[in-house]
Ligand binder design. Sequence first.
Ligand code: A3P
Length: 305
Amino acid sequence: KSEVRSGFVEVGKDNFCVPIYYEKFEKIINQFEVRDSDVYVVAHPKTGTTWAQEMIWLIVNNLDYEGAHDDILRRFPTLEAAAHIDSEIVDMSVLYGCDYMTYMNELPEPRCIKSHLHWSLLPEQIKNGSKKPKIISVLRNPEDTCVSFYHHCKLIEGYQGTFEEFCDLFLAGRSCYGPFWKSVFSVWKERHRSNILFIKYIDMKKNLPGVIKDVATFLERDLNEDAIEGLAKHLSFDCMKKNPAVNFQTIVDMFASVYNMTTAQNVFIRRGIVGGYKSEMTTEQIQKFKKWTEENLRGSDLDVE
Ligand code: A3P
């Protein structure tokens, strides 16, 4: 009952949970032809990946707001999505109109690509450094990430368990793309590479123009103050919530029909706050997360707050 219907399998020595069809695509992903001009977002689900993607896509594409009307699924495809697309659950070819890998290979440069995979599962050319695309990773506190993921799984993955059960799955590293801390650390340990930048959800909330500036510098793009202000407005929660191009409506609708649910509109961009978990978790759950985080962060210089 508490299992996510679309399921996952565990791979690698750290038992990373990946979508059930991933194994069929493991080799293709591993051998994916990376380009130095590519820009990747690598982050655990629900950490603000889409928010970062919209920011990055617009910076990379010289603030092409017109082009940004196209669905983010097409502008900024997911590396491992082939594993979802070929699933028997939904037919996403509607979005791409061709074989997914052909789509990825034919995207105009610079390509923007997202991945929720752990570092060890990324394309070989990224790991061995023979190609040096820019990589941006997003960090968010695990409590808000978990709450957000629970709502996501109910919405898109057909999850039918309780919130309490979901928290236990998340803590046990048995939610998709978990274990959370192993996933985060798998990228964090690569932070010495000059082609990796970490950004934090909390900083985007506190000072979005500052993060836009840092990301633009990292991507070697010039943005003046007006451009930064305009982009921050476009990326505000209220604007993103209303923007159909970033709410994954195609997928939400497809899953709603698969699971016979009423279609909800613009629900992917949900609450968008820091600390929202405090009103959704019990004191006991919060304590469990605190202890688990302390254990996992002991001795490290990582701070997601
Ligand atoms: P909540 O469910 O807590 O609201 P991802 O894109 O990695 O799946 O992350 C989704 C989370 O990012 C959701 O969190 C979503 O609301 C939040 N998010 C997306 N755009 C945002 C924005 N402009 N401002 C604040 N939060 C945003």
